[in-house]
Design a protein around this ligand. Structure first.
Ligand code: TYC
Length: 113
């Protein structure tokens, strides 16, 4: 009478399955890395210009923009927002280009969260 190999059971343990042959794969969903976009203080860029940038490129209200501008002015820098790599890269480029075209030394950088 033909037998079963050691690792297989002839006892039924569920519909069409053998418990010893099942492997559970735990799939962990990876979140994409996010990037902080930061504005740096300087002594020359006018406050209203910074407020305008925050409204224009980051969709902030005038009050929100003024608050962040003041934080940068007092503390040296502030996080303006957190974005995917591509969006962060675009925001930094937009701010740097706009500041350069207006001949202000404003600096904007990004950093992995
Ligand atoms: N410190 C600037 C001033 O006194 C204002 C300023 C704020 C500049 C924020 C840059 O990211 C900045 N005119």
């Amino acid at each position: 009478m033909p037998g079963f190999p050691d690792h297989m059971s002839d006892k039924t343990d569920g519909p069409g399955s053998d418990a010893s042959l099942l492997t559970k794969t735990r799939t962990r969903t990876q979140r994409p890395p996010m990037y902080k976009v930061m504005l740096l203080n300087d002594d020359y860029t006018p406050m209203e210009f910074v407020v305008h940038i925050l409204e224009r490129f980051f969709g902030l209200t005038h009050a929100q923009a003024f608050e962040i501008m003041l934080t940068v002015h007092k503390k040296g820098l502030a996080v303006v927002g957190v974005f995917s790599f591509e969006v962060a890269e675009t925001k930094v480029a937009q701010v740097m280009d706009f500041a350069r075209r207006h001949q202000h030394p404003l600096q904007c950088t990004m950093e992995k969260e």
